[in-house]
Design a protein around this ligand. Structure first.
Ligand code: TYM
Length: 333
């Protein structure tokens, strides 16, 4: 059976980018014919400084966001990474398989470490190795992610292949990144050349899943655009990253293609399209954020759900880690 694994870092709140690039697609992918495993990757979050109480709150917010969006904890496994210590154990093995040169090519490390890479944590550098462990811990076959995670999934394939070849086994699978649809690269609302992220300087550049209706409307209204409105065809979006982004967001929220969105609003002014987009976003997000808030009022219940998920995850992870240790020659007496 196909097995899906994916994760989100609990660092800062959830954004529309997380929703369209990941969560919404995970919800749509759930099926009884597949194992679905979703994780709040708290060990990844601490590769940069996190305020401890905020980290716990952020982990619960992710759980609430996934549950409110429609991840069904009866059929999918939902947990936080640190409660399954096998991830960190497998990551160590992969640290010994992956090469320093591979890590040096990771664009996300370069972006996050900035000019002063000497001051970055060693964990940030080894981040992709832990991510490979998350995925391969379950022998996952499919990893639905946004465009920005593509290079990390490719590295996961390299680690699996090198492990198999170093030890002469056919143990870890070649996992596929699943990056499909118009929502896999949601851009910053103030600068269409940068991705929307939870850590950007200004809150106006992103939509948060917990934003209220007025805030969502205001952010779309102030979103950067060029003076031309919508084109008559999608070709007219070429070289217009901000315009393309708003059309892509509309398409992704409404399960339409960008072509169909343009066909519905050919040549529309921003004064027409932006309010329509804001209404659509509020219609889709308000029920989710209401439910998130309701769930977050009962943190103990969220914690119980995460603990149960972790238990189910460990049932899969433990035998795979045991086998890995055996292959590597680590004595288990
Ligand atoms: P993170 O927490 O940055 O983001 C979680 C998911 O949301 C997607 N995403 C976006 N998609 C479209 N447009 C955007 N602006 C946008 N911003 C974020 C990300 O692509 C991701 O799918 N390294 C991962 C977490 C991780 C992981 C894993 C993912 C750890 N282990 C194993 C998959 C499998 C990360 O930092 O995601």
């Amino acid at each position: 059976t196909p097995r899906v694994f994916s994760g989100i870092k609990p660092s800062g709140g959830l954004t529309l980018g997380n929703y369209l690039g990941a969560i919404k697609r995970w919800v749509d992918m759930q099926s009884p014919d597949m194992d679905n495993i979703y994780c709040a990757v708290d060990l990844h979050a601490i590769t940069v400084w996190q305020d401890p109480p905020a980290l716990k709150a952020g982990t619960r917010e992710i759980a609430a966001g996934l549950l409110a969006s429609g991840i069904d904890p009866e059929n999918s496994i939902l947990f936080n990474q640190s409660q399954v210590p096998e991830h960190a154990q497998l990551a160590w093995i992969f640290n010994c398989v992956a090469r320093v040169g591979w890590m040096n090519r990771m664009t996300q490390f370069k972006d996050k470490a900035g000019k002063n890479a000497e001051k970055a944590s060693l964990g940030l550098y080894a981040y992709p190795s832990l991510m490979a462990a998350d995925i391969l811990m379950y022998h996952a076959t499919h990893v639905p992610v946004g465009e920005d995670q593509k290079q990390h999934v490719e590295l996961t394939r390299d680690i699996a292949a090198k492990f198999n070849s170093d030890f002469g086994v056919d143990f870890f699978p070649q996992t596929e990144a699943v990056i499909e649809g118009p929502g896999t690269r949601v851009m910053n609302l103030r600068d269409g050349t940068k991705k929307m992220s939870k850590s950007g300087d200004s809150d106006m550049e992103r939509i948060n899943m917990l934003d209220d209706a007025d805030t969502i409307a205001k952010k779309f209204k102030k979103a950067k655009t060029d003076p031309d409105g919508l084109p008559e065809t999608v070709e007219g979006l070429a070289g217009r990253p901000e315009a393309k982004n708003l059309v892509d967001i509309y398409a992704s929220l409404s399960d339409m293609t960008p072509e169909a969105v343009i066909a519905q609003y050919p040549g529309a002014s921003w004064g027409t399209f932006k309010p329509a987009l804001a209404d659509l976003a509020v219609t889709k997000l308000a029920p989710i954020s209401d439910e998130m808030k309701r769930l977050m009022d009962d943190p103990a219940e969220i914690d119980r759900k995460l603990a149960r998920g972790a238990q189910k995850a460990r049932e899969i992870a433990t035998p795979i880690l045991e086998k890995t240790y055996d292959i590597v020659g680590l004595l288990r007496a």
